[in-house]
Design a protein around this ligand. Structure first.
Ligand code: ATP
Length: 224
């Protein structure tokens, strides 16, 4: 994201790609304006939150008119740096890693997995979903040669911290961590942690322990 977005609160910034995807679809279908109610129903964020978020973007919706789709689209593409392709690497070509290599990230946002790394000699040298798999031994060289600053990590938990230390040394700026390991890294490294097993368990827990009336509240808490 560019400089302008540093003023936006983090919870709002996290919703940006969600808004962007919906606004892009509206734009392709030829819509000129959208109300916060329509947006709210589509992206499942309550309209008060949407209005607050959009006020940070300088988008002031008018009563009875809504928001201007063109304005929002150009704001989101600029803020999310959609004109620049962000190259990403993936480390750990197991079941989850392989699924990501086959997933077409570029369809919805301007990121692309450029290459992958693994320690398994059976996987090194192969091409999966158009992405070449290299040996982890050569990771630093490839990262430097290609100026890549973002990594997705899908290795076993036990290997995660050591790889993180190497990524930090190799000037990586952001890690999307799918391992259950809680990683230690300097403050300037941004780590987003997605533990699918924990998310699933938490969903099941909420279904069992909270009534329907509480659901909206829990969704809102999740988003902020
Ligand atoms: P699979 O069925 O291929 O074993 P999995 O997702 O169940 O997949 P994991 O044990 O989680 O397997 O390993 C994920 C991937 O990470 C595997 O491809 C494995 O070779 C690789 N891997 C294991 N240790 C490391 C490491 N230190 N560095 C990089 N990759 C590693």
């Amino acid at each position: 994201m560019n400089q302008e977005s540093t003023k936006i609160p983090q919870a709002t910034a996290k919703r940006l790609p969600l808004y962007y995807r919906f606004i892009k679809n509206l734009h392709s279908s030829g819509k000129q304006r959208v109300s916060s109610k329509e947006l709210s129903e589509a992206v499942k964020v309550d309209s008060a939150t949407i209005r607050r978020d959009f006020s940070y973007f300088g988008a002031l919706g008018k009563k009875g008119y809504g928001y201007n789709v063109n304005y929002l689209l150009s704001f989101f593409s600029k803020t999310l740096d959609q004109d620049a392709l962000t190259k990403v690497v993936l480390i750990g070509v197991g079941n989850l890693g392989t699924a990501f290599l086959h997933y077409n990230f570029i369809k919805n946002n301007n990121t692309k997995i450029e290459m992958a790394f693994d320690v398994d000699p059976g996987k090194v040298g192969s091409i999966i979903g158009d992405v070449p798999v290299y040996s982890l031994d050569d990771m630093e060289k490839h990262l430097e040669d290609n100026g890549i600053e973002v990594a997705i990590m899908t290795v076993p938990a036990g290997a995660a911290q050591n790889i993180t230390d190497r990524l930090v040394q190799a000037n990586i700026k952001g890690i999307l961590n799918f391992t259950p390991a809680r990683l230690t890294a300097p403050d300037h490294i941004r780590i987003h942690h997605i533990d699918l097993a924990v998310e699933l368990q938490s969903l099941v827990y909420f279904l069992k322990n909270y009534s329907e009336d509480d659901t909206e509240m829990s969704q809102e808490e999740n988003r902020t």
